[in-house]
Design a protein around this ligand. Structure first.
Ligand code: NAD
Length: 483
């Protein structure tokens, strides 16, 4: 069986303890590959290598750094079929979605290759005729980047690309549960011409490798995507060194469907955003609030569109939805549905595993639409991370806004209406880092992405992400008497 290794100081290495884990395919639970499992010692070696590489890389011309990132993007694109196949087999998503994810990670490298050259400073108004004040931004040092299993390649690229473009050196730790495609992605970027130690990859558990990356005095920054509870733990530990943090955490995104919405388009958007990647996406539509006057029509279309989704092995090109990632995710989904039904919800479609031989070995679950929801139900308050679209009816815009904001999360929100005033009022008052108006697609390279409230700190994507890897410095220059 192929063994995926680590990258430390420019060398492809086994873990110092020689341990490895077997990665299973969620579609049939068959072994796919082995991955070297590192520990604290390996994380230390990688951090030290990144520290040694920092002076050279941080002083490299941004244009040269950009050229390497562009070459990395080309290598990732050249290998995208192979990386996407691995991604489908370890994580479950359909192949065309996996390919889209890999290409999007190449796009991130290209974007920051260019954005890194626009690290403009400022000349601020002088405090006196005898001085001038410059403000510059400089790379902050070694960045530790820690990513989850649901978009293992894309989410890593959102961190690596701006960090490297800014001039930081990096130690990356992908999820130990879906590390294969991420490994191939990192190796491709490293092969593009990065000096040894600039980009390091360590596999292992959050409790060992992750903890070392967070607690070490070498890393000056931790960029983390994962669960809110893990983010809180990291925040506490990082406090020991007043470490810079970017935290992309859980979400519980509401979608509001107004009385005047284009019902068919709203239903289509909700189906896409509630069920893609089997709902295992942080900006998934988790709660749908529908105006009571259009609720029946909306529900009918939602159920009809949901029924058209084809489920199966992600490697089959006709499939829209693969298996869920793990039994734990599937069980949590079932528990949330059972709790809602106990409290008075009704199932409009789905609610159980699909039947048939081809589904019995994978973590399959039918996309599920629930109606008659209220906020006493867990599914309306906790992140399910499963393929469920729960509907609740409202009678006024004020009520919809109050319900939508009644959450400890604030990652994304969606509103569907044909009236621009209503759209803007909602968009301005929804407590979320991204709001989609008549769209459920809110992530683009050029715009900042991140959470309010317990959904996180800091921003990824756009120029904002570059600044997350830099420190600001004021340089005051004293002038002599002159003409
Ligand atoms: P997780 O928090 O269990 O793990 C994420 C990563 O952190 C993994 O690499 C893990 O090994 C590591 N880790 C775990 N404990 C750690 C610790 N104590 N110290 C350092 N590192 C540690 O999350 P997951 O189950 O892999 O991912 C699912 C979660 O991620 C969901 O809650 C989802 O909403 C969230 N997510 C958020 C975004 C976003 O952009 N806001 C995007 C995708 C996923």
């Amino acid at each position: 069986m192929k063994r995926f290794k680590m990258l430390i100081d420019g060398q492809i290495v086994e873990s110092t303890a020689g341990k490895a884990a077997v990665i299973l395919n969620p579609v049939n639970q068959e072994p796919l590959a082995e991955v070297s499992l590192g520990g604290r010692e390996d994380a230390k070696l990688a951090l030290e290598a990144a520290e040694r590489a920092f002076p050279g890389w941080s002083r490299t011309d941004p244009k040269k750094r950009g050229e390497v990132l562009h070459r990395g993007a080309d290598l990732v694109r050249n290998r995208s079929d192979e990386i996407a196949r691995l991604l489908t087999m370890e994580q479950g998503k359909p192949l065309r979605r996996a390919k889209g994810e890999v290409l999007s990670s190449a796009e991130a490298l290209d974007y920051y290759a260019e954005e890194g050259m626009r690290n403009f400073g400022e000349l601020v108004p002088s405090a006196s005729e005898r001085s001038r004040s410059l403000v510059i931004r400089q790379p902050l040092g070694v960045a530790a980047v820690i990513s989850p299993w649901n978009y293992p390649v894309d989410l890593l690229s959102w961190k690596l690309a701006p960090a490297l473009a800014a001039g930081c050196t990096v130690v990356a730790k992908p999820s130990s549960r879906a590390p294969l495609a991420a490994t191939e992605f990192v190796m491709a970027v490293a092969e593009a011409g990065l000096p040894s130690g600039v980009l390091n990859l360590v596999h292992g558990s959050g409790l060992e490798v992750g903890a070392e990356l967070v607690e070490s005095s070498i890393s000056r920054k931790v960029s983390f995507t994962g669960e809110t509870t893990t983010g809180k733990e990291i925040m506490e530990r990082a406090a020991q060194h007043i470490k810079r943090l970017s935290l992309e955490l859980g979400g519980h995104s509401p979608a509001i469907v107004c009385e005047d919405a284009n019902i068919d388009e709203a239903a289509e958007s909700c189906v896409q955003r509630a069920f893609s990647n089997m709902g295992q996406i942080c900006i998934s539509v988790n709660r749908i609030y529908v105006h009571e006057a259009v609720a029946e029509e909306f529900a009918e279309r939602l159920v009809k569109k949901t029924g058209k989704l084809r489920i199966g092995d992600g490697l089959d090109p006709d499939v829209d939805l693969g298996p869920m990632f793990s039994e734990a995710q599937r069980q949590k989904t079932k528990d949330h549905i059972a709790d809602a039904l106990d409290k008075g919800a009704t199932v409009l479609c789905g609610g159980h595993e699909p039947e048939g031989e081809k589904f019995c070995r994978g973590f399959f679950f039918l996309p599920t639409v629930l109606d008659r929801m209220d906020h006493s139900m867990r599914i309306m308050r906790e992140e399910t991370f499963g393929p469920v679209a729960p509907m609740m009816r409202f009678s006024s815009d004020e009520e919809a806004l109050r319900l939508a904001n009644d959450s400890r999360y604030g990652l994304a929100a969606y509103v569907f209406t044909e009236d621009m005033t209503t759209a803007l009022r909602f968009a301005e008052r929804l407590e979320a880092g991204s709001v989609g108006v008549n769209t459920s697609s809110v992530i683009v390279p050029q715009a900042p992405f991140g959470g309010w409230k317990e959904s996180g700190l800091g921003r990824e994507r756009s120029r904002a992400a570059l600044e997350e890897y830099m420190e600001t410095k004021h340089i005051r220059i004293g002038l002599r008497e002159g003409f």
